[in-house]
Write a protein that binds this ligand. Sequence first.
Ligand SMILES: [Zn+2]
Length: 352
Amino acid sequence: MGRVPLAIFLSLAFCGLFPVTAAEQIKSPNYPLEGAPLLSLPVDCSEAGRCSVQNYVDFAPGPKALDHTCGPLTYNGHSGVDIRLRSVEAMERGVAVLAAATGTVIASRNDIPDRLLNEVEARQALAAPVKPSNSVSLYHGNGWTTHYGHLRKGSVTVKTGQIVKRGQQLGLIGASGSTNFPHLHFTLLLRDQVIDPYSGRLPGSGCGAGVHHSFWNEEAAKLLAYRSSGVLNAGLAERIPSQRKIRRGLRNKTPLSTTADQIVFWTRIWGLRRNDRFHIRLFAANGALLAESTQRADDDNAVSIASLSISRRTDAWPQGTYRGEYLLERPNGAKDEKFEKILKFSREAEIR
Ligand SMILES: [Zn+2]
């Protein structure tokens, strides 16, 4: 089948919110838990697949970045949990940010425009001073605060001094401040010290130390459970779609034309890791393999887009159901020969 064109684009997931400087440093995880909030979902995750966690609290001391499981889903100094939407379209439809526990509004901001940074701007922003975003902070008593960042301009519906109930809407997920993907940045603090809600441990305290105390309630723990990789969107198309279209929320196109110049299987996933192996294959209606490509990732990548395409060489594509398959595998342990299946999905489209 000759050389098969595979186009790959890699990008980071930049949040642009960093920890506040703690007035009173808590040094160990053995802080008092009396009166600590039990956290429910800070986002309306009711639509299937809506909530994916892109970044966690950074546990690596110094300039490195590791999440609480020692995985790469964070970056240096990241102070919270980034619950992302799969598309810009979803953000525009409006997804509610919810109070994770009953509390009093102690700060809010609502006037900063939403604008997703492009790849170059996001890389520059990593080294630039942090910009404020539309946000809400809630005080839950006994020194505990939750913070909700990157809210959509004009969406914040609560005022300082107001008491809000658990699950009450605070605003909408947006892209205000400095970020390149629509998400909620959620931070839990005890007396201004960031606490990781998954493990109850402190940022920079070293990863893989296990769970001291989980703050999530049962539903939140289930829907926000750590997943190292996942699919954002994927589909078949008649030409390679632009990255912009894919990020906006492009879906699988069906039917495709028998006279399309190309058939393309495009994919966008989060959490590609260094040395991961991914196979992309495209099958004709009769089950014949039309094109395939296998690649190794040479670095960790927050978000990766890959498109496998094949050009038409006859008058028309035979009619029927065409299928794209994606398989992500990760080296299992120290030896490089064994791989573990991490993610597998497929998309189908009719050609007629
Ligand atoms: Zn964040």
